[in-house]
Design a protein around this ligand. Structure first.
Ligand code: AMP
Ligand code: MG
Length: 308
């Protein structure tokens, strides 16, 4: 059975990881389903619990930017180190050549690894107590909406994982931005919680847009973040009975969830709103997107995938 652990029980969570078990934990983006990134058998448990196809690489979470060099190839591009120092801890995943410390199953037998230091005090405590890298995709059933509370994780994975470490609701609410620096020019693989212009300002160059590149990041697959109900994007929702509405303004309909008009607040609450309405068994969810703000690209990307 899955145990729900409080912040006071972080040592027990680290112990479960050390024994090769699975622990979901809160980060600033979404909840991750963690296991020892150096252990093939631990990594396998993540794929089994999620029902995720093998070969989809997992992000490896580290306790600090200082651990970067423990995982990357010795000839790693200096621009990756610069980004790590500028934005970690934070919602940026760097895909870089690895040095073989990561289990091949975690990286889908690729030569690159996705690395990130989450900006969440309890996650950092867990990572420091464990000491190694923690492979962690979002802690939901494959293809479902990402979880932003411990309860969301239990709703999807109760009985399929060893523990959930309750870090409270996620402050960002959308997945990390993924940038690949592995031989070619720095490339954006997925828009996310760190705005792309912030990254380009530090690099002093534009990122190549590779967000449509095959399914290199699982998050690129259409319908990856989908609820069960049909999702329709529209600036002016005109619901009929049996529909639900999500909008950044008041709507005269039931059920409706009004999200904050600022895009950061919208992003923080979006997945929770989708889950709340989905369990009501509505046939359609009409969603009015936000219109401006730094996280707009990430939110529009997730909305497009939820409606695919
Ligand atoms: P998830 O945690 O399910 O949102 O997925 C995280 C994303 O990071 C996955 O979709 C991965 O494809 C991507 N990622 C992690 N490691 C790599 C890698 N070595 N190469 C390319 N993408 C990666
Ligand atoms: Mg996911």
């Amino acid at each position: 059975m899955t145990v729900l652990l409080s912040a006071a029980e972080v040592a027990r969570a680290a112990q479960i990881l050390a024994e090769g078990g699975t622990v979901a934990f809160g980060t600033e983006t979404v909840y991750g389903l963690g296991a020892d990134a150096s252990s093939p058998s631990a990594a396998k448990k993540i794929f089994e619990a999620k029902g995720r196809p093998e070969g989809h690489p997992l992000i490896v979470h580290l306790a600090s930017a200082a651990a970067f060099h423990d995982w990357v190839a010795s000839d790693v591009d200096d621009r990756a180190r610069v980004l790590a120092e500028a934005f970690w801890p934070g919602p940026l995943t760097l895909v870089v050549p690895h040095n073989g410390r990561v289990a091949p199953e975690v990286v889908g037998h690729r030569s690159t690894v996705g690395l990130r230091v989450p900006n969440h005090p309890l996650a950092l405590e867990l990572l420091a107590a464990f000491g190694g890298g923690v492979a962690a995709p979002s802690a939901n059933r494959f293809g479902h909406v990402s979880p932003t509370t411990a309860q969301h994780v239990l709703d999807d994975l109760e009985g399929r994982i060893d523990a959930v470490l309750d870090g409270g609701p996620c402050s960002v609410g959308v997945e990390s931005t993924i940038v690949e620096i592995a031989g070619g020019p720095p490339a954006l693989l997925r828009a996310g919680g760190l705005p792309t212009p912030d990254i380009e300002a530090v690099l002093g160059e534009k990122l190549v847009d590779d967000t449509m590149g095959k399914s290199r990041a699982a998050g690129m697959m259409a319908s990856h973040y989908a609820p069960n109900a049909k999702v329709v994007l529209t600036p002016n929702p005109e619901p009929t009975p049996g529909d639900a509405v999500i909008a950044p303004f008041q709507v005269d309909h039931d059920p409706a969830i009004v999200l904050p008009a600022d895009v950061a607040g919208y992003a923080r609450n979006l997945y929770s709103a989708l889950r709340t309405l989905d369990v009501k068994g509505v046939s359609r969810i009409l969603i009015a997107p936000p219109t401006q703000g730094a996280l707009l690209a990430a939110v529009l990307d997730r909305l497009a995938k939820a409606s695919a």
